[in-house]
Design a protein around this ligand. Sequence first.
Ligand SMILES: NC(=O)c1ccc[n+]([C@@H]2O[C@H](COP(=O)([O-])OP(=O)(O)OC[C@H]3O[C@@H](n4cnc5c(N)ncnc54)[C@H](O)[C@@H]3O)[C@@H](O)[C@H]2O)c1
Length: 284
Amino acid sequence: MYVLAAVTNTNVKKGINAYRKGLAMNVKDLLSLKDKVVLITGGEGRYGRCILEGLLEADATAITASPFVDDAKKVAAAFKEKGYDVHVKYVDQADHESVLKLKDEIEKDFSGLDVFVNNAVARPMKGYDASMDQFAESMRINATGMVDITREMAELIAKRGGGSIVNICSMMGMFGPDLSNYEGTDLGTPSPDYFFHKGGMFTLTRYLARVLGDKKIRVNSVSPGGLLAPEIQPERFLQNYTKKVPVGRMALPDDIKGVVVFLASQASAYVDGENILMDGGMHC
Ligand SMILES: NC(=O)c1ccc[n+]([C@@H]2O[C@H](COP(=O)([O-])OP(=O)(O)OC[C@H]3O[C@@H](n4cnc5c(N)ncnc54)[C@H](O)[C@@H]3O)[C@@H](O)[C@H]2O)c1
């Protein structure tokens, strides 16, 4: 009691009061994104579509934004048929004016933003020996553009009183490439830009968790392993890769849904600046 009487900080008092009353929320409510406005970039892409589905299944109002609006509209139409609240917007995250326009539209149409899932990626660089122009183009979108859209969306989330940012990194932002995965295939050596900007996003997550803390924005990341895509992954690559994974397979569409919903929701209210490696145990 002596210690409690000395406490003056409002947040600390709130925490202690909640503790005294017992846990206030059911775990299903903690994981729910009902009444939350969530933006995902590239929600029509491979992992993007899976994440978008998870957000909608958790009852979010979800906006997917990218330069490929026609593709996004097709994906959104299938979700709308299931009764989900999904919206499509244009953005090229490498173009500051386009980012500002998206921000403006979200504020007008949805009165703000609660969660930003930073998922988009462009892959203009092809292999170790590709030109530095391709490296620069990658940085324009995946580094400069990514930081720009994150700062602008963080401002929207802050205006709303706080929320969550989930960065979709990659195990390739944490570890060097396992070149033996590509043996016996014509996939070549992975491009350096990807390791560079994914590693940057991994560190940026911790930076932003500190810098945006006073705005009540939590920032976390997920670093997935490869998503199964047999149409572009040769059989030999799949054999090379899966034998190193304790779970015994590549990632499937459902694998990322719960991880992102967890980080987006109140269920992770005390998780901040963290990275979840989602690689089926490949690096354990
Ligand atoms: N696919 C994998 O195996 C894998 C593995 C680990 C991590 N990841 C990560 O998951 C995320 C999604 O990857 P994916 O494989 O689904 O990629 P994808 O190429 O299928 O989709 C990427 C999306 O980014 C969007 N995009 C591209 N340029 C953009 C721009 N200038 N502005 C806004 N949006 C733009 C596109 O609309 C596209 O839908 C990425 O961050 C990627 O690094 C993917």
